[in-house]
Design a protein around this ligand. Structure first.
Ligand code: ARG
Length: 472
């Protein structure tokens, strides 16, 4: 703990005696104390911790476990702590074991012995489980909002580039012509699913553990429905052991975040490729690129690269969480305190990445001519030439073989399909006529792909509408 904070804490008189000193005859070793403490990171939960305590105090009075008077004193004290923390008048005491101990000690310092009644029919085990769910419920809403912001940027780009033709790739080899907007909208579909996965996880998570107490429930006549309702939960955990030992919601959210990062990372990789001189399909705005300290010509896509790099961190966070839970006996074990740093890191990282990605996508410039030039090479209309023959009755497999031979011929002549004369074509098959040129033009190739979900203009319009509806 830094000296200033220590002095502050001493001045406030809340350097805490451990709550559990009754059973012990000796102080906790200083190193062990620091090792055990979680307040340096669970202080992030102060608002939810106080919110949960207020609900608990209301319930205790409602059930006649403490008096209305006492409940009011406790709640006023808690509200004072909250506003003082938010205004900066009160600082966290980093010598506290965790956020729960800090709030309770501060409350008792402010309101006296009545503060000691707050922890009736409660344990830090159900308290932390409640805090985490409340916190992640709020934060998940923010992640979904950021995903929608990115979706907005993708749709904006798709609208701007609706007519741009670009090679579509398989195996990173030019495959078939597509609309650039169709390619962008593929990412929109991924992010729509991501938002859905997060919302699903939140729905399952929105169940109150409060009232599970240490693990077995309580002999007090409490009202868990009431606290659940006060805190906006849909219901309460039916099994108190599960209530305090479940961290599935962390795993589910971290899995969803890991997948968001997978999608961001694939998108980032393409943007990096597209920004290279080799592709030249897009140029990122200066505001989202960096220069080199030595090479004056450089314009690097650092933001996209960092997103790609940070993906590994978020995967690691998920692995850390899964591994904490693996083999843990029921119910609460201190191992579970390790849920927080990886959960918070995963959350912070995914939020930061989404926040920078959206404006980066919104401001990038698509280079129509470069895309078109690339689409003219690589025989990406070869499938359409085979379809031309097939539509004249040649079995597709035979047409495919003929076109393969034509492509080989083109390569030997250093030509593209559009450049062969009709006489050259007729050497391969008599069925070729002048109309083939119209059929294999790039714009025709794209326009003809009218199948549902294909790259045709109507499908692209439908996709834009779908994503816009989703954002609303
Ligand atoms: N700081 C603890 C955690 O984050 C709170 C619960 C402590 N419970 C206990 N029985 N020691 O998990």
């Amino acid at each position: 703990m830094c000296a200033k904070r220590l002095i502050n804490a001493v001045l406030r008189g809340v350097i805490m005696e451990k709550m559990w000193t009754g059973r012990f005859s000796k102080q906790l070793d200083k190193l062990a104390d620091d090792f055990n403490s979680s307040i340096s990171f669970d202080c992030a939960l102060y608002k939810q911790d106080i919110q949960g305590s207020i609900a608990h105090a209301k319930m205790l009075a409602g059930c006649g476990i403490i008096s209305e008077e006492e409940s009011k004193v406790i709640i006023d004290g808690l509200k004072g702590i909250l506003s003082d923390l938010e205004s900066g008048k009160l600082a966290f005491d980093f010598s506290a074991e965790d956020i729960h101990m800090f709030v309770e000690a501060e409350l008792t310092a402010r309101v006296g012995d009545v503060g000691k009644k707050l922890h009736t029919a409660r344990s830090r085990n159900d308290q932390i489980a409640t805090d985490m769910r409340l916190y992640l419920r709020d934060e998940s809403g923010e992640v979904v909002a950021l995903i929608k912001q990115l979706l907005g940027a993708i749709v904006e780009q798709a609208k701007k580039t609706k007519t741009y033709i670009v090679p579509g790739y398989t195996h990173l080899q030019r495959a078939q012509p597509i609309l650039f907007a169709h390619h962008l909208l593929a990412y929109a579909m991924m992010f729509v699913r991501d938002a859905g996965r997060i919302s699903d996880a939140v729905r399952r998570m929105n169940v109150s553990p409060l009232g599970s107490c240490a693990l077995a429930g309580t002999s007090y006549d409490t009202d868990r429905t009431y606290t659940a309702k006060l805190l906006g939960f849909d219901s309460y955990c039916l099994n108190s052991i599960d209530g305090v030992s479940d961290r599935d919601f962390c795993v589910e959210l971290m899995s969803a975040f890991a997948l968001v990062m997978t999608h961001l990372s694939r998108f980032a990789e393409e943007i990096i490729l597209w920004s290279s001189w080799e592709f030249g399909f897009v140029e990122l705005d200066d505001a989202y690129t960096t220069g080199s300290s030595i090479m004056p010509q450089k314009k690097n896509s650092d933001m996209a690269e960092l997103v790609r790099g940070k993906t590994g961190r978020v995967y690691g966070d998920l692995m850390a969480m899964l591994t904490v839970l693996k083999g843990l006996p029921l119910a609460y074990n201190k191992d579970m305190q390790e849920d927080k740093e990886c959960m918070f890191d995963s959350l912070r990282t995914v939020k930061n990445c989404l926040a920078v990605f959206a404006p980066m996508v919104a401001t990038m410039t698509a280079k129509k001519d470069n895309m078109y030039r690339a689409a003219q090479k690589g025989f990406i209309n070869a499938t359409d030439l085979a379809d031309y023959l097939a539509k004249k009755g040649v079995p597709f497999r035979s047409a495919y073989k003929t076109v393969g031979q034509i492509v080989a011929y083109c390569i030997s002549q250093d030509k593209v399909l559009d450049e062969l004369t009709i006489d050259e074509y007729k050497k391969f098959d008599k069925l070729f006529e002048e109309d083939l040129y119209g059929e294999i033009s790039l714009s025709a190739c794209v326009q003809k792909r009218t199948s549902a979900g294909g790259t045709g203009a109507r499908s692209v319009e439908q996709q834009i509408k779908f994503v816009e509806e989703f954002i609303k």
